[in-house]
Design a protein around this ligand. Sequence first.
Ligand SMILES: *[C@@H]1O[C@H](CO)[C@@H](O)[C@H](O)[C@H]1NC(C)=O
Ligand SMILES: *[C@@H]1O[C@H](CO)[C@@H](O)[C@H](O)[C@H]1NC(C)=O
Length: 487
Amino acid sequence: MLLKGREGAIPASWAWKKIMRFVVVIIAIAGFAALLWPSSTKKTTTTVAPTRAHSNITISANVKCDPDADMLQRLGVRKLAQYTRREIVVDFTEDPLPIRQRIDQPLLDVKVRGSGHTNELGEPQDGCTIPAPVAVVAPKPPKMADASHIDFGVATSVSRLNESLDQFAHWAGYTRTRIFALIEPEESKTKAGIAYVKAKADNLGINLFVTESEDDYLHRYFALVALLEENMREGTRWGCIIDDDTFFLSMPALVKALAEYDDTKPMYIGGLSEGIPQIAVFGMIAFGGAGVFLSRPLLSDLATVYDECEQMTYTGDRRIANCIYQYTTTRLTVDHRLHQLDLMEDASGFFESGREAPLSVHHWKSWFHADMPKLSVISELCGPSCLLRQWQFSDGWFLTNGFSVVQYSFPPEQNDLTMEMTWEPHNGATEESYLHELGPLRRKDDHKVSYLLEDAVLEENGRVTQWYIKRDKREGDQILELSWRKR
Ligand SMILES: *[C@@H]1O[C@H](CO)[C@@H](O)[C@H](O)[C@H]1NC(C)=O
Ligand SMILES: *[C@@H]1O[C@H](CO)[C@@H](O)[C@H](O)[C@H]1NC(C)=O
């Protein structure tokens, strides 16, 4: 995942001092080497610091350990300026917890002793690892959800479906829900492709049903209404139409949210765009990317007017809305936890808001970039309720679990609920255009220092390792590796 650098951000003065000290040392070393070993000058001066282990990765003298070369390759690091590791130990509680908690301890501003030292447990230190683990408290993870009463429908292609399975696995895997995919017929290889995709879905615990359709995308999208209706089983309460980049953060949370509604009545539930100009263009509709929820009675109503609605002017999510509005008296129920996320470029303010986690997000691999499956790896360790949870440390660092580690130039107060408006206004939008969904807002912090999550893995021993990176082409990248375990 590529992330836009924050060139122009002014580092805090301690960082400048470090960089200056580092530069002075390098100049001295390079000069000395040039004097003593003229034959090796070429090699020495092309690299900023002595390169260790791998000829094509430059590692700064600030890095007091030998980072794993495969890891650096995988993360696309060409120049490493700083590498810090810390262990995080999670305790669980059944008591209610705020999303943003304060921890009376620093996260990074801790002295790291060089190699040769041992930590409190007598383990040797490598010069990059902060010796003491930091302890955090998270809610006890919810039980696996039974979502057999919800069917999902998606219009896509075989290859996009194939790519989407890992993200579907996060929310749909082993929940007994079903996903109906309506795909465009492709070349002769399609049959093999479908078999491959279905086998992959089986392996991930996803009940996937694939149907080919000659219709174009937007017609196929509306055809999902009929497909879901025809396939309802006795226990089906909801049909939900999604885009292939609609991501649900927590199935237990989604099941709980839907239980707040009366599914014995016709219900049309969804999210509006976060931007008023988008609503002005597309209307008061359930925006497709957030997920469009139709209760069983509404699906039945729509089946009786399906042919009429097929003839309506607009297509896609607009056709669903207009069909409902023209042929029934059901109206949209907005659930503000469902998000189309019409946010351009930088959605970090949304993810770092310290508010209750959204039910759905969208546009995370197009309008802005946030690798949702990687963000969500942490839920393998501490449940989906642990994702996007925030801890504010005494040294000013905010850890938003799975997304980022940031330090603000003007940090929010303890009970500050404002969301930093980091995105680019779209389609003539102003700050006011976003208030109805995202307010209260505060202005963008141009000097925020951000480490953004770029990778995460579930280790064989049940731990989760996350890599947060602050990219800097000139000075070199800084990596923060957090290794999570349960107490
Ligand atoms: C760097 O070197 C490694 C082998 O040490 C190689 O696999 C990798 O492709 C190289 N990367 C670049 C960008 O040259
Ligand atoms: C699906 O994706 C995998 C890689 O994740 C690839 O090897 C495979 O060929 C793809 N299959 C289809 C049918 O696109």
